[in-house]
Design a protein around this ligand. Structure first.
Ligand code: FRU
Length: 465
């Protein structure tokens, strides 16, 4: 077997070569479909295809043949898929509902939207003969269509550089422009990409969240995901937050282009775990890029403001060993715990306003998470990892404003940590490349005592198929 470098075990990666955005996420008859931006011949971004995999538990993935290849209309950029359960398209023949993908054709900078469909649960695909189904109205950026059902029509949200546009369809094949949103809202430090619109049930009724990836312009540099809360009336998105307010889905450097699964009864999304600043240079082999953990979404009011809450998929079916411990450290004391490189850690902090440092250590290198309540700051420092030279943008100290620390959940898999703070209301996803057999988790108390209860699950290292 070819030498593998920094290969995650339960995060999705392609069999080899390049991967970026998740595409075409939909659920049909027990299978979660994951398509993805893929260059099958190289570890750097190039002519885009849609790779394909399915999972029944979101932990183990089965690779399937490439679903969509570039054609005379161009490369296959990002997009979405739905299962047309009511046969609104009229394309269904037998019992099996048709899966319809709407994606961007990208041809020498010219972007249009096109369709492909599958009558055999995503195993084989036919391009629609009348592509493209949406012509470009003269916009440089015009991509990443995400479809969703609204009452008895289909809606689609599209990224258009500095704003998003909504389109509507009865049959998934003919689309009409409806409205746009965004020029005056949020942050515009980069181009808007990969949007989504999600309805949440809250105590006050329904609330909508509009998701937009932005690159560059993230809170800690490069690619990141902002979101807006509001209402959607089937035509127009009415944002209910101040125009200049910016909400981030993830404060880390490595969570981008996330969108939700279609045909599921609850919101579940997955993102690409990388950043365009250095995605083409990360030192992995024979693949480059991976997906995040799938995360369940909900919306919660925190101090009067709606906040997106993320809960990673339950990894405990992969647990081979579980250990629970309590720690009590006083001024400058340290404590450590050997950690498998595939671990799930849950930590409860008894004193939520006490400073501490928590490191993931290798041999002579470490990633350090630091909480400082006096400056209301939580940071992750990956400057003390040796393998950062592949890009001048990689070594960084990334931070979030955080007043108190109640609990922390870490999902660690070889070269990544996903950090969920305070019941998933704050999230940070970061890559790091350390050469070691095992990690060590090390706590260091600041000048006051810390008291924590924690649980470590060592996860299976049996590689995905
Ligand atoms: C986001 C993105 C999309 C585009 C795709 C191309 O990462 O730039 O906007 O469709 O990647 O691979």
């Amino acid at each position: 077997m070819e030498k593998q470098l920094y290969r995650p075990h339960f995060h999705f990666i392609p069999e080899s070569n390049w991967i970026n955005d998740p595409n075409g996420l939909c659920y049909l008859e027990g299978e979660y479909h994951l398509f993805y931006q893929h260059h099958p011949k190289s570890k750097v971004w190039g002519p885009m295809h849609w790779g394909h995999a399915v999972s029944r538990d979101l932990l183990h993935w089965e690779h399937l043949p490439i679903a969509l290849y570039p054609d005379e209309n161009g490369q296959i950029f990002s997009g979405s898929a739905v299962v047309d359960e009511e046969n609104t398209s009229g394309l269904q023949e037998g019992e099996t509902p048709v899966m319809i993908a709407l994606f961007t054709h990208h041809q020498e900078g010219h972007e249009t939207q096109s369709i492909a469909y599958s009558k055999d649960k995503g195993r084989s695909w036919t391009k629609y003969p009348h592509n493209p189904v949406i012509e470009n109205p003269g916009l440089k950026d015009f991509r990443d269509p995400k479809m969703f059902r609204y009452e008895d029509v289909w809606m689609m949200i599209l990224a258009c550089g500095d704003h998003i546009r909504f389109y509507q369809s009865e049959n998934l094949l003919d689309w009409a422009y409806v409205s746009s949103f965004g020029q005056a809202y949020g942050t515009h430090g980069g181009v808007w990409e990969c949007p989504d619109l999600i309805r949440f049930q809250t105590e006050e009724g329904g609330k909508w969240v509009l998701i937009v990836s932005i690159n560059p312009g993230g809170p800690n540099g490069g690619s990141a995901i902002q979101y807006f809360t509001g209402d959607f009336d089937g035509k127009v998105f009415h944002c209910d937050q101040p125009k200049e307010q910016v909400k981030w889905a993830d404060f880390g450097r490595d969570f981008y282009a996330a969108v939700t699964w279609s045909n599921l009864s609850y919101p579940l999304w997955i993102g690409w775990m990388s950043n365009w600043q250095y995605a083409n240079e990360v030192p992995t082999h024979p693949f480059r890029g991976s997906m995040s953990s799938p995360r369940k979404l909900s919306l919660r009011k925190v101090e009067g403001d709606y906040q997106l809450v993320q809960e990673p998929v339950d990894v405990s079916p992969l647990a081979e060993r579980t250990e629970s411990k309590s720690l009590h450290l006083v001024a400058a004391e340290t404590a450590s715990h050997k950690l498998s490189k595939q671990s799930h850690v849950i930590i409860d902090y008894e004193y939520p306003s006490v400073p501490f440092e928590l490191s993931i250590k290798g041999e002579g290198e470490k990633v350090t998470m630091k909480f400082d309540p006096s400056t209301s700051n939580f940071s992750l420092d990956r400057t003390e990892v040796k393998n950062t030279q592949f890009s001048e943008h990689f070594a960084s100290v990334d931070s979030i404003s955080l007043k108190h620390m109640e609990d922390m959940e870490l999902i660690i898999d070889e070269c990544s940590v996903e950090i969920f703070l305070n019941q998933g209301t704050i999230v940070m996803t970061e890559l790091f490349y350390m050469d070691t057999e095992l990690f060590t988790l090390e706590w260091e108390a600041g000048d006051s005592e810390i008291k924590v209860d924690y649980q470590v699950q060592e996860l299976s290292t049996a590689l995905q198929k």
